[in-house]
Design a protein around this ligand. Structure first.
Ligand SMILES: NC(=O)c1ccc[n+]([C@@H]2O[C@H](COP(=O)([O-])OP(=O)(O)OC[C@H]3O[C@@H](n4cnc5c(N)ncnc54)[C@H](OP(=O)(O)O)[C@@H]3O)[C@@H](O)[C@H]2O)c1
Length: 222
């Protein structure tokens, strides 16, 4: 099990949902933010919303959270990514970095994808953090579902990455959350397709008035 997980932009919806579920799965989590005060407030908010639970959870600025963590999860929006990555080269060197980022836009009221300065956000992160082991994961899970412990999760988390050991570790991280199963999907170039799935998810959610997710079938379990 990875020791400490730093979630950068972890004060937001996905970051807080992952922090809740990962701490309940036994991980030590640091919520990162542009402001340490915001991060500490987010920790307090999670703790006070769940008074009966034990949390190994703290808050820090993004750079310190990345430095202290063994594994880093990026939960910021695409348009805020470059600014964050510039500060993190040294802090993420040799570590697994997970991009959850969907380059989503609602231009004209329709969900679509904004242009990315590489073939995918995952590959852009790898370009900017060449010493990190970048994977792409958690693109299709709903932050609202993660944040609601009364709702059982029931979906797969597809994981792309070029470093096979890192990819497997991230799949195991996802599988540690009850109701989720990490499924390795291939090299980092596959991130593009994981990032596109959000448009389909949003359409499915609208049609079925539900929070939908994906399950992969047909995999032979060893
Ligand atoms: N929401 C979902 O269900 C979901 C599901 C799958 C993937 N994702 C992906 O997760 C990412 C975050 O989504 P979200 O819904 O959690 O967003 P969010 O609630 O808006 O949180 C994003 C966080 O980014 C930080 N931030 C805001 N402006 C910034 C800036 N200029 N520079 C650096 N950081 C900034 C904020 O933290 P501080 O102000 O504390 O720094 C904020 O809490 C997105 O890329 C999205 O595609 C979301």
């Amino acid at each position: 099990m990875a020791g400490v997980i730093g979630i950068l932009g972890g004060t937001g919806q996905l970051g807080s949902g992952l922090a809740l579920r990962l701490t309940q799965a036994g991980y030590k989590v640091i919520i990162g933010s542009r402001s340490k005060d915001n991060a500490v407030q987010a920790v307090e908010k999670l703790k006070s919303a769940h008074p009966g639970l034990n949390f190994d959870l703290s808050g820090s600025d993004n750079k310190s959270a990345a430095a202290e963590a063994d594994m880093v999860i990026l939960t910021v929006h695409y348009e805020h990514l470059t600014g964050i990555l510039e500060q993190l080269k040294a802090e993420t060197s040799g570590k697994i970095v997970i991009s959850t980022i969907n380059p989503l836009t609602f231009a004209g009221g329709k969900a679509g994808l904004r242009p990315v300065a590489a073939d995918s956000v995952g590959e852009l992160v790898q370009e900017k953090l060449p010493e990190a082991k970048v994977t792409a994961a958690f693109h299709t899970v709903s932050a609202a579902l993660l944040s609601n412990l009364d709702k059982p999760l029931d979906e797969d988390i597809l994981v792309a990455g070029d470093d096979k050991a890192a990819r497997s570790e991230v799949a195991n991280l996802a599988s540690a959350i009850p109701g989720l199963k990490g499924v390795e999907a291939g090299p980092l170039r596959i991130a593009k397709y994981l990032e596109e799935m959000i448009v389909l998810i949003i359409s499915l959610n609208r049609v079925h008035k539900a929070q939908t997710g994906f399950r992969v079938t047909g995999i032979n379990e060893a």
